[in-house]
Design a protein around this ligand. Structure first.
Ligand code: NDX
Length: 254
């Protein structure tokens, strides 16, 4: 039987994402993983960073792919499948490349569980909306929102991947120390990887022109924007010679 779009479920999922994003701004403390994992959760059980990031991010890739391939008569070509393909492309990178290369700190298990739930929920929301609810005409491919969105998505993904790489190069295998990030957009901001990711999801929101897309962009802006501010303070406190002109997230401004 064909799946019917439940608009109320899409709306509820989007409101939940927006609420979690807004909640992030209310907390004075950063989410306790990475730089902040020991300070905020000293007794927590931990998993190696590679396994934790892989398990956490996998549902964001597997859920949309699962929905796409079980669709009867699935064809890649209509705007909704291309847009969901971009989402899967990002999470292919995050799950199978970033996770397996990271040199990060062991990850608190309780936050891993929350991260998995988050990734299942968001993967389901974005793919359910695009496959069962969205209706795009073929002309959407020539709409300025689609073109600008795709441009921002690709630009943001490039910045994000390059910045992830720059951070990884700061450590030798097995090392867990912090250094001043250099190169690329790190010349201008402490959260260059986050700026890339935020740009990416704003592009996705524009290209999909959807409530779930904007809800995820809003969540990402709140979560990674506040993480960039915490990282900036962390660097200013840790390194006396930290570049004075470097901002937290937006070059020359903030
Ligand atoms: N994962 C998105 N909240 C999150 C996991 C945590 O993908 O319950 C959101 C995601 C989840 C969060 C997720 C959702 C909200 C949760 C939260 C846990 C609690 C929270 C569920 C799902 C929650 C409430 C209560 C409101 C419901 O040692 P280390 O690990 O610090 O090493 C780092 C290294 N590095 C350095 N190395 C040497 N010198 C330096 N100076 C260094 N600085 C950093 O680089 C890491 O190995 C690596 C990157 O570190 P960092 O801190 O810069 O980035 P990170 O936050 O780890 O993100 C990694 C990438 C990055 O590209 C980012 O854009 C992307 O993942 N990301 C991350 C988080 C969320 C997200 C994307 C998104 O929202 N789109």
């Amino acid at each position: 039987m064909p799946v019917q779009c439940q608009e109320s479920a899409v709306l509820a999922g989007s409101v939940t994402l927006i609420t979690i994003g807004a909640m992030t701004l209310c907390f004075a403390e950063p989410s306790p993983y990475g730089k902040y994992s020991k300070r905020s959760a000293p007794e927590a059980k931990r998993l190696p960073a590679r396994a934790a990031w892989f398990l956490q991010e996998l549902p964001s890739f597997a859920v949309p792919v699962g929905i796409l391939v079980q669709e009867p008569g699935f064809v890649f070509g209509p705007p909704q499948t291309v847009l969901l393909g971009l989402f899967c492309g990002h999470y292919f990178y995050r799950t199978f490349i970033y996770s397996l290369l990271t040199r990060g700190t062991p990850y608190p298990a309780s936050f891993l569980l929350r991260g998995i739930v988050f990734c299942i929920g968001n993967g389901l929301l974005q793919s359910y909306y695009l496959i069962y609810c969205a209706e795009y005409l073929q002309e959407w491919y020539t709409d300025v929102r689609f073109s600008l969105g795709i441009f921002l998505f690709i630009l943001g993904m490039g910045i994000n991947i390059h910045s992830d790489y720059a951070l990884r190069q700061l450590r030798k295998p097995g090392e867990v120390i912090y250094k001043i990030p250099q190169g690329g957009l790190f010349t201008y901001v402490s959260g260059a990887n986050f700026l890339g990711e935020i740009t990416e999801w704003i592009g996705y929101a524009l290209a999909t022109w959807s409530i779930p897309g904007f809800a995820f962009a809003f969540f990402t802006l709140c979560f990674l924007g506040s993480r960039a501010v915490h990282h900036h303070r962390f660097y200013l406190k840790m390194f006396e010679d930290y570049p004075k002109s470097r901002k937290a997230l937006v070059p020359f401004i903030f």
